[in-house]
Design a protein around this ligand. Structure first.
Ligand code: ACM
Length: 693
């Protein structure tokens, strides 16, 4: 991909010097958004100009070149959001007069009505003090540009405006996805729709719809109705609903990639059709979390006849060129125990379960090809017999992506983008499908098509799912769209905050549901102390939640760990304050009063939580956390006193405080207090010999 260097007026470089490095002429090392812009993802090239285009009630849009209902719909939605944000009544009819229009949208051609992998998503956007002009080869490119237009809008005492700017933009990777697992927990269509809106806002273009799991079969099959009727608790998408979601996604330039996970992860298929299984059954919908034994029987013709009919039905329903067959985490235990399967393997010279799964994949591949689909599967499908037109989806680590690319397979990366693991946005942001130190040749690197964030569904409900996806996924969207050199984490967080608020315009509930959940837990309108606690607590990382708090798919997801969110803003701000304070040695004035204020509010919240927990039994599990919060706060206050007065704390004090912090650092109720590493720094500094003033 071409990385276009930014050209910035000298004046801007002065005021934005902390985040903008003037890159060398040929190989830019840093590309960042000018600090007064709030674009996410950052375009391939941005040049700020002087001047501004005001947004007033004289606003109008005109189209030139190709226009259709998809484009007009996109323009109308953008206008509605702009009107909502600015509280200015804007005309919804397209204008006729180009010279007086605020925005001219000029499209060369339509592109395919259902977006495809090789869609041209490029656009250019030039804003002057007279007019904005968006030029794109396709409708989808224009959609991407309309999102940028909306992100450019700013306000000051003179009103709303767009800064004059020249943008030339195209994605770094063609495949930029979000997987939503609707198998473990069903998500109603409105949840999917609002997430499609959010995806479009950050230029993601693949909705990977994980439709079948051990815990649920979520799509209506007219050919095999016992799949959804017996495998879903009645929670499935009708084919009409599927078509509606696909159309909704297409209207936003998003492909819908369906996944039918086979041969493992397939318990829910076997409830209605036990004859497909590798063990006698009967089978029940799985309620637990984990890896389960049921797997389709790869040795019987009947299995493939069934898959031919079912996947054929799904191939007609889902228009995307690709179909995901899963293929992950099949341990083959039922295969090991089935004498008929063992005999089959012996007869065919199939040496192990991996080879048996490869055999299965080959049959499935033929079925997909017959129905005009290309196959994609999780990295386990990689096998010497796998034809080269299959796509490898890397999830256990980036090595499989590199291996696939070296062997000539196209691939996408999800390792590093597992948002269900509750890591901060910064961590996902720095995972790159094609890092600078990649060992791939330029030819091999072409096989890396992009990546997908994965929202696995064990512990998400319609109420909480948005807060697990957003805003962190916007950082992943930037990684997949923007030049590789866009890596300034601090600037990413600056813009993430803005984008997060804009996503709320689209109805996303990642912020809105938080106070709702706290009120319910507190059994009160007054949630302040609880909010103070939860604002510095994060759900435990990786898969420790289940170990600490075993639940099933039928458990309510309304607990404290569900209300808490990953990547605490409060803790990040606090860590920065502590860094500033400690850097101001030996006076320790910087941030001192703010830190005192934070510690005092934590100490008091810890105390106030006692009676609140007494009134709200659902909060019982928070009691030790409340005590820990007070303890940590008192340690912090004392550390600040020592440092501010220039008296070193005794080593006994240090040992006692560090022991308290160690205790508080142990997760409780599947939550961890994420302020502790910074408090630890204060405690350690407080017990060091004072430096001379
Ligand atoms: C996976 O996470 N099992 C693909």
């Amino acid at each position: 991909m071409k990385v276009v260097n930014q050209v910035l007026p000298a004046l801007l470089l002065i005021c934005a010097s902390s985040i903008i490095s003037p890159a060398p002429a040929q190989v830019p090392t840093t590309v960042a958004a000018p600090s007064q812009l709030q674009l996410m993802p950052i375009p391939a090239s941005v040049q700020l100009q002087s001047g501004r285009l005001p947004i007033t009630d004289a606003f109008s849009i005109v189209t030139r070149g190709y226009a259709d209902d998809r484009l007009r719909g996109s323009i109308a939605r953008m206008t509605r959001r702009l009107a909502g944000r600015t509280v200015i009544t804007l005309p919804f009819d397209l204008a006729a007069d180009e010279s007086s229009a605020t925005l001219v949208v000029q499209c060369e051609r339509g592109g395919s009505s259902v977006p495809s992998l090789n869609e041209d998503e490029s656009y250019s956007l030039e804003v002057t003090d007279k007019q904005a002009r968006l030029v794109a080869p396709t409708i989808v490119g224009a959609m991407r540009g309309l999102e940028t237009f909306l992100q450019l809008v700013q306000g000051d005492r003179n009103g709303y405006y767009l800064p004059a700017v020249r943008i030339q933009d195209q994605p770094r990777f063609a495949w930029r996805g979000l997987l939503i697992d609707t198998g473990r927990h069903y998500q109603p269509p409105e949840v999917l729709k609002r997430n499609l809106d959010a995806m479009a806002a950050v230029k993601l273009n693949v909705f990977h719809w994980h439709l079948t799991e051990d815990q649920g079969f979520r799509v209506e099959s007219k050919k095999f109705p016992k799949l959804h009727l017996m495998g879903s608790d009645g929670l499935y998408y009708t084919q009409d609903q599927v078509r509606e979601i696909i159309a909704y996604a297409a209207d936003r330039g998003i492909r819908v990639l369906p996944e039918f996970d086979i041969p493992g992860h397939s318990t829910s298929w076997l409830v209605g059709y036990p004859e497909l299984g590798s063990a006698p059954g009967p089978f029940k919908i799985e309620r637990g979390a984990g890896i389960f034994e049921p797997a389709l029987d790869p040795t019987r013709d009947q299995t493939y006849k069934f898959l031919d009919a079912f996947l054929g039905e799904m191939a007609a329903l889902f228009p995307d060129a690709y179909m995901h067959i899963g293929g992950d985490e099949n341990e083959g235990k039922q295969w090991d125990r089935n004498p008929r399967i063992q005999a089959f393997m012996k007869e065919k010279g199939i040496k192990d379960n991996h080879a048996l799964q490869a055999y299965f994949n080959q049959q499935v591949l033929k079925i997909l090809q017959k129905h005009g689909k290309k196959m994609i599967g999780w990295e386990e499908i990689l096998h010497p017999d796998l034809p080269k037109d299959a796509v490898i989806h890397s999830w256990r680590g980036p090595a499989s992506l590199a291996e696939a690319a070296k062997k000539g397979y196209n691939g996408i990366l999800s390792a590093g983008y597992y948002i269900d693991l509750m890591f901060p946005a910064s961590q996902h942001y720095l995972a790159d499908p094609l890092p600078a130190n990649s060992a791939l040749t330029a030819e091999e690197a072409k096989h890396v098509m992009g990546g997908e964030a994965t929202m696995w569904g064990e512990w998400v409900s319609p109420e909480t799912i948005d807060s697990r996806i957003w805003p962190r996924t916007a950082a992943i969207a930037e990684r997949l769209w923007s030049p590789r050199t866009v890596v300034d984490v601090e600037d990413m967080y600056r813009r993430l905050t803005v984008i997060s608020r804009q996503l709320e315009e689209l109805g996303l509930t990642h912020e809105r549901n938080y106070p709702v959940m706290l009120r319910r837990l507190a059994n009160s309108e007054n949630t302040e102390p609880l909010r103070t606690l939860v604002s510095v607590a994060e759900p435990v990382k990786e898969y420790h939640r289940y170990q600490m708090r075993p639940q099933t798919m039928l458990s309510p997801l309304t607990g404290l760990v569900d209300a808490a969110r990953p990547d605490s803003d409060e803790a990040r701000r606090f860590a920065a304050m502590v860094e500033g304070f400690l850097s101001d040695a030996p006076r320790y004035r910087l941030n001192r009063s703010d830190l005192r204020e934070s510690f005092t509010s934590w100490r008091d919240a810890g105390t106030a939580l006692g009676p609140m927990i007494d009134r709200a039994p659902a909060l019982q599990e928070a009691r030790p956390l409340a005590t820990n919060l007070s303890d940590v706060a008192i340690a912090g206050l004392e550390a600040i006193e020592y440092l501010s007065t220039g008296n070193a704390a005794s080593s006994e004090w240090r040992v006692a405080q560090l022991a308290k912090l160690d205790e508080a650092a142990k997760p409780k109720a599947a939550l961890e207090l994420v302020i502790i590493p910074s408090v630890r720094k204060l405690v350690i500094a407080a017990a060091e010999p004072p430096r001379s003033q």
